[in-house]
Design a protein around this ligand. Structure first.
Ligand SMILES: *Cc1c(COP(=O)(O)O)cnc(C)c1O
Length: 818
């Protein structure tokens, strides 16, 4: 059911677009213009399918999931759209004939970096899977003017450069001003009785903005389905409605203009961390309110009874960020659709489902009542009433138990607790890996699990193989298809059929040759972008993910320092050459990037170790270079403190590309090892139970390790003796102190780095021993690919559909194949 592709027509279309858009010929146009023209030609192919899909949904009046997320880390669209239209190779050929290089064209596209890391990328993978599986779905998010900052490294420090991703125009988006909605902030609530004597509530003296949607196509693989990602822009209300100016309220008009400008200005660059900023709550309510208004308007086009809204719509809340959804839906159902509380509650509690992404205290969203009620006065009244009723229930169920109220109330101690609101008003609460869900049920959300066991379920995360194998690793994708056919593209469990080849020496050589080619490609990227020469024959040991204390990049770099000491002391040490590759953006102020870069500087320029050790920090880690990095990795570093990483998805991308996991028993690592077998990964360190036990006991004593382990002591002393910072030996004093000394409420070595250090060093030794056995390694690497089937986001989505969303698959016919 692929797209009928006419090469000559496509070539003509590109030339026509260049003429219409830029008045240029192919020879005259620059690379960005070529990218734009090619994208418009691809969009043309998409358009008929997009129309047909939406027509089909309307005609069949389908049940739909709305994936509500503050973040969609989409990456580049052009290559992915061509892949999913199944015209990638055709277009590559057509462009070749025009003298154009598709790789160069793809490189002109800025990443749509509307997300921080895993949570945003998960949303993007889910959209891809939903479209590919043919489920009625759309995403709702924010069209940030500036996405995730671009990272430059200067003198070893991270510099944050604004990401003006829309500056050349976004060829795939379509503005839909006809579906704009007003969103109101502030003012006060006026209460009155209507003719029937019922209480009515209206917000008065508010400031408002107009939410304007932009649609982005989400192309399913080879099935004619094109779903939509709606991202909301904000425009000032006064260009829409000049009333304020007419009344001479100049001040209010300017305020509203600024509100619109600020609200979508920038993505907060926080990953697993809550900052509590007023503008952030405005962003949340802005996109939530607009998205619900849109869903209700769509529903009412084909349905008359708003009491049955939940039969056609389900909202999946990606973390607590969109949790105000439950109160806004209540507000609209009552204040605008005329339902009473019980009717509105019945709909809402059948509409909303919540995904928990973290147990880390600093990530839990709590809004001060003062802020929340000032910004959203009517919504706050509703939250208060939800809380009042819930606390009544608690008092009946647990008489005299104030502790339950303290832990479970939606409003407590002056704060609105968003996770509690999501759990109380939602019908489903899911964790994102087996271990994570168990920890939620047994520890973090124990009280809620006891009260509502039927709401809790697990949905282990996944990734889309269309982007992270088919597009990112074409050599391996073609090799796999040559061996087992291409069914894996839409059903990743087929990869298990590769198992019959893992002992075949010719297959092993082919497989390792592909890995080598991919390492060459990454080495070239590193040379061009970082100016560092790396040996493609060395072990590529990679840790790419957001910089975060719990992810323990510090453990990794301390171990590199230790290895360097070993190599200096014993130049004949019989270990393979290794390249340690880091890539990560940090929340501002975290100094670890500086340490990694300084260590890299010293090691990479020390002739004494003869190039046996290299350290590279890849600047500006993002989806587009991630695709290249995963394909080239030998070792996947997944070393978070056990219990802290809810799932991880980077771990799955590495596995799919044939890297061996070196990791802790955390998040989805547990399930990865279960699938691939203990011999084909290296696991080390404290278990989550051990970590939690230490935490409950108030920590452990790192000084004992410092005093008894000479190697650890040497490495720590090098943090403060100028070894890695001649001009300022105090540079890394903070890091040193954080590992050894309590500081106020903060425990020494909060993330058990020294506690796990020896086990980590041993794990590395074990990994290198495996690497020395060439055939054994090839077999293990191949088995990682062969056992990665479970980690497709297609599997994850099928589970969400079965247990939570209850959607039906749709078939889309496109009559006109051109
Ligand atoms: C997959 C991905 C992540 C998430 O990685 P983790 O290792 O699971 O934290 C973050 N950023 C990008 C660009 C990704 O592709």
């Amino acid at each position: 059911m692929g797209v009928k592709f006419d090469k000559d027509e496509f070539k003509k279309s590109v030339a026509d677009n260049l003429k219409v858009l830029y008045r240029k010929t192919v020879d005259e146009a620059d690379k960005q213009q070529i990218f734009q023209a090619v994208s418009y030609s691809v969009k043309d192919i998409i358009m008929d399918r997009w129309l047909a899909t939406q027509k089909t949904y309307e005609k069949e009046d389908v049940r739909t999931v709305v994936y509500m997320s503050m973040e969609f880390l989409m990456g580049r669209a052009l290559g992915n759209n061509m892949i999913n239209l199944t015209v990638y190779k055709d277009i590559k050929e057509a462009l070749d004939e025009m003298g154009l290089d598709l790789n160069v064209i793809e490189d002109q596209e800025p990443d749509a970096a509307l997300g921080n890391g895993g949570l945003g990328r998960l949303a993007a993978c889910f959209l891809d899977s939903l479209a590919t599986l043919g489920y009625p779905a759309y995403g709702c998010g924010i069209r940030y003017r500036y996405g995730m900052f671009k990272q430059q490294i200067k003198d070893g420090y991270q510099i944050e450069v604004p990401d003006n991703w829309l500056k050349d125009g976004n060829p795939f988006e379509i503005k839909r001003p006809e579906y704009s909605y007003e969103v109101k902030f502030g003012g006060y609530v006026r209460c009155y009785k209507d003719e029937d004597g019922r209480d009515k509530f209206v917000q008065e003296d508010y400031r408002s903005v107009i939410a304007v949607p932009y649609d982005m196509p989400v192309v399913g693989y080879g099935n004619n389905v094109v779903n939509t990602l709606i991202i909301w822009d904000a425009e000032p209300v006064n260009t829409f409605n000049l009333e304020s100016f007419n009344k001479g309220d100049y001040h209010k008009a300017i305020e509203q203009e600024n509100l619109a400008k600020n609200i979508v200005e920038v993505l907060y660059p926080n990953d697993n961390h809550y900052a509590g900023k007023e503008l952030r709550l405005k962003q949340q309510y802005f996109f939530v309110s607009a998205s619900i208004q849109r869903a209700i308007a769509k529903y009412k086009k084909t349905n008359s009874d708003i009491r049955k809204f939940h039969e056609k719509y389900v909202f999946q809340l990606n973390d607590t960020h969109p949790t105000v959804t439950v109160a806004e839906l209540m507000r609209i159902l009552m204040d605008e659709e005329g339902l009473n509380w019980e009717e509105a509650w019945e709909v809402t509690t059948h509409c909303c489902a919540y995904t928990n992404h973290t147990i880390m205290a600093e990530a839990l969203e709590k809004w001060p009542i003062e802020l929340f009620s000032r910004l959203l006065p009517r919504v706050y009244q509703i939250v208060e009433e939800i809380n009042r009723r819930f606390v009544e229930e608690l008092k009946v169920k647990y008489p005299g138990n104030q502790d339950k109220i303290r832990k479970m109330a939606v409003i407590y101690d002056g704060q609105v607790k968003m996770a509690n609101l999501a759990i109380v008003a939602g019908f489903s609460v899911n964790g994102v890996a087996k271990l994570h869900t168990e920890i939620l049920e047994k520890q973090e959300l124990k009280d809620f699990y006891e009260m509502f066991p039927e709401k809790f379920n697990n949905k282990t995360n996944g990734i889309t193989q269309r982007r992270f194998l088919l597009h990112g690793n074409p050599l391996l994708a073609d090799w796999i298809t040559g061996k087992i056919g291409d069914d894996w593209i839409t059903d990743l469990s087929h990869l298990s059929r590769l198992k019959v080849y893992v002992d075949d020496e010719k297959c092993q050589r082919e497989f390792m040759q592909i890995k080598y080619q991919n390492k060459l490609r990454l080495a070239k990227y590193i040379k061009e972008n970082n100016g560092v020469e790396v040996d493609p024959r060395s072990v590529f040991d990679v840790q790419v993910k957001r910089l975060h204390e719990y992810k323990r990049q510090l453990l990794n770099i301390l171990h590199v320092m230790y290895l360097y000491n070993q190599l200096k002391a014993n130049p004949d040490l019989d270990i393979p050459a290794q390249t340690f590759i880091f890539g990560a953006k940090a929340a501002a102020g975290y100094k670890i990037a500086k340490l990694i870069n300084n260590v890299a500087d010293v090691i990479n320029n020390d002739p004494a170790i003869k190039g046996r050790l290299k350290v590279v920090f890849i600047e500006n880690y993002r989806v587009s270079n991630a695709e290249i990095i995963f394909a080239a990795a030998d070792v996947s570093e997944q070393i978070s403190t056990a219990s802290k990483e809810a799932s991880g998805t980077g771990n799955m991308k590495f596995m799919l590309n044939g890297a061996l996991t070196l990791g802790t028993m955390d998040g989805a690592n547990v399930e990865i090892v279960q699938e691939v077998g203990e011999d084909n990964a290296v696991i080390f360190g404290l278990t989550s139970d051990e970590v939690i036990r230490y935490e409950n006991e108030g920590g452990y004593d790192p000084m004992e390790i410092f005093n008894n382990d000479q190697d650890v002591r040497t490495v720590l002393m090098q943090l403060i003796n100028g070894e890695y910072c001649r001009e300022n030996p105090e540079m890394f004093r903070d890091i040193y102190n954080s590992l050894l000394h309590n500081d106020g409420g903060r425990r020494a070595d909060t993330y058990f780095i020294l506690k796990d250090f020896r086990a980590y060093a041993d794990a590395h030794r074990k990994m290198l021993d495996k690497y020395k056995d060439e055939k054994g390694w090839a077999k293990s690497a191949m088995l990682n690919v062969a056992c990665a089937g479970k980690f497709s986001s297609d599997r994850t989505i099928e589970e969400y559909v079965r247990d939570i969303w209850k959607l039906d698959k749709v078939k889309v016919e496109v009559s006109d194949e051109d």
